[in-house]
Ligand binder design. Structure first.
Ligand code: ARG
Length: 475
């Protein structure tokens, strides 16, 4: 292909191929190398290639249906795009910095392959509506993958929860032992979080899945395009109804990124617990060796690197949300080049989420639960004190009075270094004469657990109800 400038008044063979020299006949000097590097996006946005081709084919097919593009041009475009697709897949496509972005790289190659038809593809289109379409198509596919991964993680957690419907864990508030809970109940709390995350992503997908094409640069186009047809071809749920909005807003990306940040926040909370539970001071669980690393100096160490890293990567995903939302702020209508900066944070958010969800789904299945350690810890913190108060209320005391009486009982038990259940009945009766020997069932961890047999409560029977509900939902 010639890289020399065409004679004045003569269009070059492939104007895009000469873009390195000047944008169009209007420009009298080439772009500096520094500016070229600063403004180009091809080395990251080439990732959108499949969406770019998909969008172009839908556009070309519609141009033909509307009588704007001849059948042989459409055939040429389809043939050229098929070849480009195989070149890219084979790693043989020559991505050029000079051609700035994925859109111009593909279009230039198309024109090199099929000539005039390639030059006709951009009829009624701008890179502004093209890029917005590409990002939406790409993100839609990624959301679908993320939904599958979230489902796999939830299923893995439900599996462990089911096996631990009866396993007693000290439940904490303020990280102080509060009341016994079933370990399965605790894990199902995370299942609820991830279920809401999936709902949020699915909801955001509806707004991602709308078509900007036809907005052209900003004002719409004078060609009789059939935008609804393109939307149908691309499986989109509708058409963006205002051309200025269509090319300029990235709220769909911000919304996705906010939902993604919440996924990571939930992962991070779970990570923090896994790390605590695995520490020697808790010793509640063990994480399979393949998810841990050792220390180069301390031979005894086994570190929970995966949850630690996931907790760390949460900062990066939340950071991307801040980046995207700040990117949008202050942009006048319509398209501005600022928006090119949406891609790297989005790509990194998706990559981080996918890797993290995949690894967590696997890791959850590889957790060894240590029920004796959990139960021992639950026994240490007077976790059934509330149950004693409830017992006294059932015997006729007002809750506030019962609360006060139990506080005295706990004080005595602490002084003797025993659990409430280890105080002799005569001793307990000193606090209230109404206490009978049925109190010992109430004071047991298991009695406490079973007593909370209310919708959403921790009784093993309720945990099983929830497991069944999740299984049906995830099927
Ligand atoms: N690479 C650009 C982006 O990501 C494509 C759109 C460019 N449009 C323009 N008028 N310069 O936003």
């Amino acid at each position: 292909m010639s890289s020399t400038s065409p004679a004045p008044g003569q269009p070059s063979d492939n104007q895009l191929a000469n873009k390195a020299q000047a944008w169009s006949a209007l420009f009298s000097e080439p772009m500096s190398d520094l500016v070229k590097r600063y403004t180009s996006s091809v080395f990251f946005d080439k990732r959108l290639w499949a969406a770019d081709i998909q969008g172009s084919l839908a556009h070309a097919e519609m141009l033909h249906a509307q009588g704007i593009l001849a059948a042989h041009d459409l055939a040429d475009i389809e043939r050229g795009m098929a070849q480009i697709k195989s070149e890219i897949e084979a790693g043989q496509f020559d991505w050029q910095l000079d051609l700035e972005d994925v859109h111009l790289n593909i279009e230039a190659r198309l024109t090199a392959l099929v000539g005039l038809a390639g030059k006709r593809l951009h009829t009624g289109r701008s890179r502004n509506d093209q890029v917005a379409t590409d990002v939406r198509l790409w993100l839609r596919g990624e959301i679908d993958e993320l939904l599958l991964l979230l489902k796999a993680l939830q299923t893995a957690l439900v599996d462990v929860a089911e096996k631990n419907a009866e396993t007693i864990l000290p439940g904490f508030t303020h990280l102080q032992v509060a009341q016994p809970v079933a370990f399965g109940h605790h894990l199902l709390a995370y299942v609820e979080m991830f279920a809401r995350d999936a709902e949020r992503l699915a909801d955001a997908r509806r707004r991602v899945n709308r078509l900007p094409l036809g907005a052209a640069a900003l004002a719409g186009t004078s060609y009789p395009l059939d935008r609804e047809r393109v939307a149908r071809t691309l499986g989109m749920e509708g058409v963006c109804q205002n051309s200025l909005d269509a090319v300029s807003d990235r709220d769909f990306a911000i919304e996705f990124s906010a939902a993604a940040s919440l996924v990571m926040v939930h992962i991070s909370r779970l990570s923090e617990e896994l790390i605590l539970w695995m520490s020697q001071s808790f010793g509640f669980i063990d994480i399979a060796d393949r998810f841990c690393t050792g220390s180069s100096i301390m031979p005894q160490k086994k570190n929970p690197d995966v949850p630690e890293l996931a907790r760390g990567k949460t900062g990066r995903v939340v950071g991307h949300l801040m980046g995207l939302i700040t990117l949008m702020k202050g942009q006048p209508l319509a398209y501005n080049k600022d928006n090119q900066e949406d891609k790297e944070p989005l790509f990194d958010t998706v990559d981080t989420l996918k890797d993290t969800l995949r690894i967590f789904a696997e890791m959850a299945g590889g957790i060894t639960v240590k029920p004796e350690a959990m139960e021992r810890a639950a026994l240490k913190g007077y976790a059934t004190a509330t149950d004693l108060a409830d017992y006294l209320v059932k015997k006729g005391l007002a809750f506030r009075d019962a609360h006060e009486i139990v506080a005295h009982a706990v004080k005595t038990a602490i002084a003797s270094g025993v659990d409430l259940s280890q105080l002799p009945l005569a001793e307990l009766q000193k606090f209230d004469a109404r206490i009978g020997d049925d109190v010992f069932e109430v004071l047991s961890l298991r009695g406490s657990l079973n007593a909370r047999n209310i919708l959403g409560g921790t009784a093993p029977a309720q945990v099983r109800v929830q497991v069944a509900r999740h299984r049906a939902r995830l099927a």
